[in-house]
Design a protein. Structure first.
Length: 280
């Protein structure tokens, strides 16, 4: 009897300890977000006052400056680039990943390693060839050129990750559908694609986050014509100093779309990442 009571008490203590640890980690992660949230409504004259001013009248002056400088246009540009490049990656990469996982063809593994090698190269090594090629074909400083750069850079990563998801799918389901007289396209559309949905969403989300956060390609290939949010943020560092309030506003704006997307798609993302981790 006492042994059972001690076991329950020990389990309760462990639960409390894990809960406190989770709360501590959550506070550690959320502290920068809470700091930005307070900075974006704090007046400039009390922002760095000593001692720290905890009670102040909220202001929207930082929001006004951000809107006047056109940061909302950079936000829309980043959203459009991320969404369009990710959509193209999904459309082109999903059948390619399935083909690499299911079809036996000569030189398949060599071709796959070649595609993967393009993603292993650091972006700083790729940006100069991109720049020279885009300057030659007239895609420099253009929305289409930057979309193409993001798509090609993410495509190999998408194929690599989704290929492992495809290999984890039971091939017996596809064989049964083929025996029923379905075509390969019907099997892919009605059997494979629904099973891959979580993996597609999880991998596409990673590709979108890369496009959303990317700075080097946008700075070198987009120029002033296509200014994304990561490229626009450094303009808040001026010769007079850093505009911290405006930096906090833009930081929260940059963080919000990703947080919303992850929150809405978290069920698919967790299932997709778990699915990809089941087998090698």
């Amino acid at each position: 009897m006492s042994t059972g009571t001690e076991r329950r008490q020990r389990a309760a203590r462990q639960k409390v300890a894990w809960t406190l640890l989770a709360v501590a980690v959550a506070l550690l992660v959320l502290f920068p977000v809470l700091w930005m949230a307070s900075m974006m409504v704090k007046p400039s004259d009390v922002m760095f006052a000593r001692p720290t001013v905890w009670l102040f009248t909220p202001t929207l002056e930082h929001f006004d400056y951000v809107i006047e400088q056109g940061f909302h246009l950079s936000l829309l540009t980043s959203l459009a680039l991320g969404a369009l490049s990710t959509a193209l990656v999904v459309v082109l990469g999903t059948p390619a990943a399935y083909a690499f996982a299911r079809y036996e063809m000569r030189g398949r593994d060599d071709l796959f390693l070649f595609i993967l090698a393009t993603r292993m190269a650091p972006p700083v090594c790729m940006v100069i060839p991109y720049y020279l090629i885009f300057a030659r074909i007239g895609l420099l400083d253009s929305f289409a050129g930057l979309t193409l750069a993001y798509m090609t850079f993410n495509l190999s990563f998408y194929i690599w990750v989704l290929r492992s998801f495809c290999r984890d799918l039971p091939v017996e389901l596809e064989e049964a559908a083929l025996l029923e007289g379905w075509s390969r396209l019907q099997v892919f559309r009605r059997v494979v694609f629904p099973l891959l949905r979580n993996g597609i969403i999880a991998t596409a989300m990673l590709c979108f986050i890369f496009a959303w956060n990317e700075f080097l390609f946008a700075f070198m290939l987009g120029g002033k014509a296509v200014k994304t949010l990561p490229v626009a943020i450094p303009t808040l560092i001026t010769t007079q100093g850093v505009r911290w309030g405006e930096m906090a506003v833009v930081g929260m704006v940059a963080l919000t779309p990703v947080m919303i997307a992850v929150f809405l798609l978290q069920r698919h993302i967790v299932r997709g990442l778990t699915m990809g981790a089941v087998k090698g």
